[in-house]
Design a protein around this ligand. Sequence first.
Ligand code: ZN
Length: 63
Amino acid sequence: MAKAYDVVCGMAVETESASHTEHDGTTYYFCCDGCKGAFEKAPEYQLENWAEEHPGVELLLVE
Ligand SMILES: [Zn+2]
């Protein structure tokens, strides 16, 4: 079962059932359409923010 972190709110979500979107050839997963919308408005900002707050943490986890 694959899980991914929602880059906007930091929640771990199941990739099979999560909202998702593509950015620069990578698929990102979200807990809800609200987080997905926030990412789509400012993907670079959200990714930078994630990297600053969670150094070295991969967004996609495989369990
Ligand atoms: Zn979320």
